[in-house]
Structures are given as C-alpha cells and as structure tokens.
Design a protein around this ligand. Structure first.
Ligand SMILES: Cc1cc2nc3c(=O)[nH]c(=O)nc-3n(C[C@H](O)[C@H](O)[C@H](O)COP(=O)(O)OP(=O)(O)OC[C@H]3O[C@@H](n4cnc5c(N)ncnc54)[C@H](O)[C@@H]3O)c2cc1C
Length: 405
C-alpha cells in the first residue's frame, strides 16, 4: 500500500518543535531531584511513591492533566502535544510505576466515562494530582482470561452492598487507597450479572495479602472480602452493566500497557543498553558484537523494535484522535511483550553464567538489571490479557477467523 508522504513524516512541525523544546526544558529543570531519589530507591513501593510525587510535580507544572477538563485541573492539548510529553518524559527517564498507569490510564478514564458526578468530583482531580493510588480487582483464582466467570458477590442491603469472595494478582493493592472492583450482583446470565464498583481499600472486611514473587518483591496481592460493607453509591454505571465498563477499562489497560508511558522509547533505550553490552562483553578473544551469531540476533531484535515502534504510533494516533484502538493494541501487546522477553533472553545468552548474579552481587553486570528483566518479563505475556488471548482477538477481529471452541 502506498501512503501519502505526509502520513509517514514523523518530524516535528515548527510549532511541535517549539512545544517539545518547552517540555524538555521544563523536564530538565524539574526531573533531576526525582531521578536522584529514583536512583537510590530500593523497593517497588518507594518507586511508586516517587512516581506519584513526580505526577504531582507534572500536575503543578501544567503537564500532568493534558486533555482533562479544567474542573479537574487539566487543560486542553492536542494529540501530538500529549504524545510529546510522554515521549520526552520517557527519553529523559522520568519516574514511572505500574500503579500510576492503573490509576491514570484505566481507573480515571472509567470513572470519567461511566462514573457519577460525585464520583468524578471526589476522585479524578486527586488521581491526576498523584494523591490517590488505585488498584484493579478483577482477576480471581478461577477467573482470569475468562473474567466473566468470577464469583465474588456484592449483595444489595438497603443503601449498601455486602462483598464476599476473593480476588488475586491485584497489582499494588497493598499501597492503594482505592480500587476498582468487578463483582457478581445477580444470577442473571453471564455478562449481565456483573457490576463495576469503586472501593475504599480501608473498608473493614477487606484483607489484602501481598504475594511474594520469584524476584523477591511483592508487587501484587490476594484480596479477601468477608462481609465488607460498601455504600451503594460506589456503583460505576448501573447495576448489571459492569461488563460494559470492564471491557472499556480492559481496552484502556491494553493500550496503556502496550503503548503508554513512552513504551516505544523505553524499548529503544533497552536496545541501546543491549548494543552497549555487546560491545564491551568479552567473547571468543574479542567482544560479543564481533560474533556473527550474535550480530544476526541483534539485527533481528532491532528490526522488530522498529516494527513495534511504528505500531505504537498507530495505537497512539487512534487513541489521541478519540478512537478506540482495537486490534492494533493487541498486535502491539503481543509483539511488544515477546520482544521485551527476547531482549532480556538475548542479554542472558550473551552474559552466560553471569546472568544468575543479581543486583548487589560483585559478579553482576549492569547491577543485575538483565537478571531482574529475565525474571520479571515472564509476567508481561500474562498480565493485561495473555498472549494466547491477544492471538484469539487478532484471529477473530483482524483475520476474521471463526471463533475457537
Ligand atoms: C504482572 C501482573 C499484574 C497483574 N495485575 C493485575 C491487577 O492489577 N488486577 C487484576 O485483576 N489482575 C491482574 N493480573 C492478573 C491477570 O489479569 C491474569 O493473570 C490474566 O488475565 C490471566 O489469567 P490467569 O492468570 O487466571 O490465567 P488463565 O486464564 O487461567 O490462563 C492459563 C493459560 O491458559 C491460556 N488460556 C486461557 N483461556 C484461553 C483461551 N480462550 N484460548 C487460548 N488460551 C487460553 C492462557 O493464555 C494461559 O496460558 C496481573 C497479572 C500479572 C502477571
């Protein structure tokens, strides 16, 4: 297919270049203190606290709520401006944490589109200011990919609902003030029996238990609800219409995970670190980069990075134009997650036995970053919809293949 050249021109217009320069100057002035804190941060919780403080700084500087209405402290911005802030922030290594994406990327938009005026007034500004951290309580032990099979119940009792059941894999639930919850409110058929709630995580009867991961950290939790009472005005949308809200939220999640927070820039930075590693790591009397096998592998991963970057632009373009990115977000999530795993696995191949040396070990390379990557990146092809589920979506909605049985 031949595209008009204007669609393929990624250079900034003079106006965009001036905006980029302003953003960069502002970031260069405000980022160093946060990057210093970030460099010293040991735990994921500390990194979340820094990312939340950074969001507050962005908000005060007029860059934290672009495109949000001024009643939430936001301001108008066009799609390119929004992207330039994301890109420059990633370029300069601004703090980021998954729970900031959860809060701003999919909880805030769900409340904005489906919430009541009271819910919006109570929460959206605080979220944009980095003052409220949110988590997502969807998955259950027997309801992950098949989310609609969930069993946690919310039973109406006067002006309240009473919650009972169990959630699992809720990222950062132990650090969150609020969460979004999908629960069963009736015995109507699948999809019509679900309701979407916002929940104060300090409600009595909610017990949050962190899960220890193989990386040693505890980024996500099990949550147990035992007769937890929440007010009926915590329903988002209407009772029984939770599936519609959940699907919109999951779409936003896929976009935020695949293309958000400057993922394309971060991928390019990862690639540069790999190239740099290959040029200094001794191998067969030279360095890794001299070896034809590794050169082929590096070239392959570089080509895939460029394809992912261009797909990320398609996802962001659709999103910023107010369209819902559909299959392209699934394509990017599938290819981007596999790419990130392959990047760390290639580094592991280059490092040989050294990959087993974790952060803090004198034997580790790049302070064990690649080792952490190899372990942590396994989660990518599971969270936010597994690779198999993305493949199902692509098969059915892009290729038009019949639904699997
Ligand atoms: C890092 C991380 C963070 C997470 N954060 C959260 C969070 O904050 N909140 C939350 O609610 N959840 C969270 N999750 C959970 C995540 O949403 C689920 O793990 C995911 O939906 C998969 O569900 P499952 O683990 O139950 O696996 P299952 O659904 O049981 O899948 C098991 C295997 O079967 C395959 N499979 C299942 N169905 C099909 C099908 N129809 N066709 C083909 N293959 C299929 C899957 O691909 C997978 O390989 C997180 C997960 C991770 C890894």
């Amino acid at each position: 297919m031949k595209y008009p050249s204007s669609q393929m021109d990624y250079r900034d217009s003079p106006l965009e270049a001036a905006f980029r320069q302003d953003v960069r100057a502002w970031l260069e002035e405000h980022l160093p203190a946060f990057k210093e804190r970030q460099a010293k941060s040991g735990s994921s919780q500390e990194r979340l606290s820094i990312a939340a403080d950074w969001q507050h700084e962005l908000f005060k500087g007029g860059y934290g709520a672009l495109g949000w209405s001024d009643e939430y402290g936001g301001r108008e911005a066009n799609s390119i401006e929004k992207y330039l802030v994301v890109e420059e922030s990633a370029n300069l290594g601004a703090p980021w944490h998954l729970n900031m994406s959860i809060t701003l990327g999919w909880c805030a938009p769900a409340i904005e589109v489906f919430g009541t005026a009271e819910q919006k007034a109570a929460h959206i500004r605080k979220m944009l200011e980095g003052k409220e951290i949110w988590c997502q309580m969807f998955s259950e032990p027997d309801a992950g990919s098949d989310l609609a099979a969930l069993k946690t119940s919310a039973v109406r009792d006067g002006d309240n609902y009473i919650l009972n059941g169990q959630k699992v894999w809720s990222s950062g639930a132990h650090w969150s003030e609020w969460g979004i919850l999908l629960a069963k409110t009736s015995d109507e058929g699948k999809y019509r029996n679900l309701t979407f709630f916002i929940v104060d995580m300090n409600t009595p009867g909610i017990e949050v238990r962190p899960i220890k991961q193989m990386s040693g950290e505890s980024d996500f939790c099990e949550i147990f609800f035992t007769d937890a009472v929440i007010p009926a005005d915590c329903v988002v949308g209407t009772e029984g219409n939770g599936w519609t809200v959940a699907i919109a939220t999951l779409l936003n999640e896929r976009v935020a995970l695949s293309a958000g927070a400057g993922a394309a820039v971060i991928a390019v930075q990862g690639l540069e670190r790999l190239l740099e590693l290959s040029k200094r790591l001794p191998y067969n009397g030279g360095v890794v980069a001299d070896d034809s096998y590794f050169r082929q592998k590096i070239a392959d991963i570089w080509i895939r990075a460029q394809a992912n970057r261009l797909t990320a632009y398609r996802v962001l373009t659709a999103q910023f134009k107010g369209k819902t990115p559909g299959p392209e977000a699934s394509v990017l999530k599938l290819s981007g997650d596999l790419w990130t795993q392959d990047l760390a696995d290639l580094a592991a191949e280059m490092l040989g036995a050294k990959i087993s040396a974790m952060s803090g070990s004198t034997l580790s390379e790049d302070d064990g970053n690649w080792s952490t990557g190899v372990l942590w990146n396994r989660a990518l092809t599971i969270g936010g919809g597994t690779s198999e589920i993305q493949k199902n979506i692509i098969a059915e909605r892009v290729l038009g293949l019949p639904k699997g049985k």
